[in-house]
Design a protein around this ligand. Structure first.
Ligand code: ASP
Length: 339
């Protein structure tokens, strides 16, 4: 019997080789980001850089193995974002920035391209992985967007992992918050995020993916902008603002959220691909490098099209990012020169 199984396996493998083996499968691709901003090369220790690159690599590899074993782009982007939320190095889940009251309020969204299903959550304080809550809203409720206490009650009912608000705090973020608060107080601008300080602290995480079925998905998760006012919601959970997927294009954004909302950035990029026939590279660059800076904002996106072509423009000094492209090649970079 054992021999029969082995013979069957060999026959199937030979059939696979005869049909082109791995080359017969549709290409899969994944990109992740860990936020855009003023990422100062000289002040980043080698150890910190290594930890960030490791976290990005781990998210990419795990998501890629979902895709290469035939899993959906939706599962791949969820896998990547959960891992990045659990890492303390990014402004999402553990390690999120503090708002003006010294609390963490988390936003997230997920979207599946071919079905246009979407789920989003905002102002969460107790759900360990906000991206799982966004996905639960999409899959287990008739709604798209849930906020605050109601969203948390729903997450609890769905059996998601709940934590005390202190779980999200890291000493590094707390120090950043104290510094930002001191600066804001001395500027007497404590009521609003300070533009010049804001770009120091982006760090949202996101993923976009193409699966073997040719389906695209996008997911984004964030603590928002440091010193944001109570109740402020950024672009990340606004479907079409910081997160979007259709059957030709998927986008996850990071940057000064108000500008991404006002330019419907993620949707705008995909609309240029779908309606104007633009390449993913031109569409993403047009919005991120022209439109948003022209309005006074900055930031970046990761974007992917149905062929697995990836674009990752940003107008800030750096953006933590990584890809495993359709040829299986992995890249991780932080600054514009590809370093
Ligand atoms: N886009 C996020 C927001 O405005 C911030 C970030 O990218 O880090 O909430």
């Amino acid at each position: 019997m054992g021999i029969t199984i082995v013979c069957r396996a060999v026959a199937l493998w030979m059939l696979g080789v005869a049909l082109g083996g791995a080359h017969a499968r549709a290409p899969v691709a994944i990109a992740v980001h860990g936020g855009a901003g003023t990422i100062d090369r000289s002040s980043m220790s080698a150890e910190k850089r290594e930890q960030i690159e490791l976290a990005l690599t781990r998210a990419l590899r795990n998501a890629h193995s979902v895709l290469s074993s035939g899993g959906s782009s939706l599962d791949a982007v969820t896998t990547a974002v959960v891992l990045l939320e659990d890492s303390p190095h990014f402004n999402a889940g553990k390690g999120a920035v503090f708002n003006a009251e010294g609390r963490n309020e988390l936003d997230a969204a997920i979207m599946e391209g071919h079905s246009r299903r979407a789920g989003a959550v905002a102002a969460l304080t107790r759900v360990r992985n906000p991206i799982r809550a966004a996905r639960a809203v999409m899959e287990a409720s008739p709604h798209v967007f849930m906020i605050g206490a109601g969203a948390e009650q729903f997450a609890r009912e769905q059996g998601l992992d709940m934590v005390s608000p202190g779980y999200f705090r890291t000493n590094e973020r707390w120090r950043q918050f104290q510094e930002a608060r001191r600066e804001a107080e001395s500027d007497r601008k404590a009521d609003a995020p300070r533009p010049e300080a804001a770009s120091d602290y982006y760090g949202t995480v996101g993923a976009v993916a193409l699966d073997q079925h040719g389906h695209l998905a996008a997911a984004t998760s964030t603590g928002g902008m440091i010193m944001k006012r109570y109740g402020r919601v950024g672009d990340v959970p606004v479907i079409g603002g910081g997160t979007w997927a259709d059957d030709r294009c998927a986008v996850s954004a990071t940057g000064w959220g108000e500008f991404f909302i006002r330019s419907a950035a993620a949707h705008e990029i995909c609309a240029r691909v779908r309606l104007a026939g633009a390449s993913i590279g031109d569409a993403a660059a047009g919005v991120v490098l022209n439109d948003i800076p022209a309005m006074g904002g900055n930031g970046g996106v990761i974007a992917i099209d149905a062929a697995g072509t990836i674009a990752m423009p940003f107008s800030s000094a750096g953006m933590y990012r990584g890809t495993i492209d359709a040829d299986g090649e992995i890249t991780i970079s932080i600054w514009a020169d590809g370093e």
